[in-house]
Design a protein around this ligand. Structure first.
Ligand SMILES: [Zn+2]
Length: 91
């Protein structure tokens, strides 16, 4: 999964498709990936936060990796999924 994410931006849905595993399992793997990458000085985990498609509220404060189901601002359920990636340091 680290190789897939390096230089990319993927949602957990896309990762599930690429790896052929359930999305819930992707989220478990991501937790380990975050820890692994945190120990690796050459790589950096990045997260493009989920956002509301109706009012463009951005879920910046959200620390969990799973995507929120409802906008706290306008109550819309049209939330775009967060996207994950890994950048190489110094690139
Ligand atoms: Zn909203």
């Amino acid at each position: 999964m680290i190789d897939l994410l390096t230089g990319a931006r993927l949602s957990s849905y896309q990762l599930a498709q690429m790896l052929g595993i359930p999305e819930r399992q992707v989220e478990e793997h991501l937790t380990h990936v975050v820890k692994t990458v945190a120990r690796d000085k050459t790589r950096k985990f990045t997260l493009d936060p989920a956002r509301c498609q109706d009012c463009h509220f951005v879920f910046r404060e959200r620390r969990r990796l799973t995507s929120p189901s409802r906008c706290p601002h306008c109550r819309s359920e049209a939330i775009s999924a967060p996207r994950y990636g890994i950048e190489l340091a110094g690139s």
